[in-house]
Design a protein around this ligand. Sequence first.
Ligand SMILES: Nc1ncnc2c1ncn2[C@@H]1O[C@H](COP(=O)(O)OP(=O)(O)OP(=O)(O)O)[C@@H](O)[C@H]1O
Length: 253
Amino acid sequence: MVSLVAEDVGVTLGGRDVVHGVSARLEGGTLVGVLGPNGAGKSTLIRALVGLLPARGRVLLEGEPVAAMPRAQVARTIAYLPQGQTLHWPLGVERLVALGRLPHLGPFSRIGEADRAAVARAMDRAEVTHLADRTATELSGGERARVLLARALAVEAPVLVADEPLASLDPEHQLHGMELLRGEAAAGRLVIAVLHDLGLAARFCDRLLVMDGGRLVADGPPGAVLTPALLAQVYRVEAAFEGGAVIPLRRLG
Ligand SMILES: Nc1ncnc2c1ncn2[C@@H]1O[C@H](COP(=O)(O)OP(=O)(O)OP(=O)(O)O)[C@@H](O)[C@H]1O
């Protein structure tokens, strides 16, 4: 099983320490939710984990420092879906999803049968096959989010890191998105998703990492992590816990 290990990871941006001393060992076959309030350092942490930001400490992918790996090798091993990506080029949807195959192509090689099959599988799983002939810049926010998820799935990497993959999805597609991420983990992949929906995180994730003020303040299974005390401390909310759902009720001053 693939492994991604953070050892005392810290990140400084614009002269500010925005992630401090994060250590965690993450393994394939797991859906890991990264939670925390706005500005807690979630995106910064996962960008450091995928080797896109210089970080203190070490990040080991399959036991090797990610910072020293050739970028193409990292791109084949970790599919990364950034937060709220904007699209500038009027690419067709199918071509956009096919960009997910780039890490597998040599400098002069063209997309082949196996790549086309991976693109079709990804579009099917993300339920965007019907959008194949549309122009990506003309999609709705939710449609675009699903197409970008399909692009990440098309990489067929052992690690999938998605920053707020549910943002702008309707309730049905949020559930579908979580089922899809669960399915990826069930197939042996390591899936790391930044999430704001506590209820979906509680229901679908195997493990939750909670960031607050740049620190990892909780790490464990949802039932152990999402307690009234943690929600009060980290999110400053009082919540109801009903049948596996977590419903924020009121702000705590
Ligand atoms: N380039 C930068 N220079 C300086 N500070 C930055 C930079 N990028 C992010 N930050 C700060 O780092 C902190 C963490 O940001 P980050 O985007 O990781 O938070 P987040 O937990 O993902 O938040 P959100 O839920 O709002 O997406 C924030 O205070 C942010 O303002």
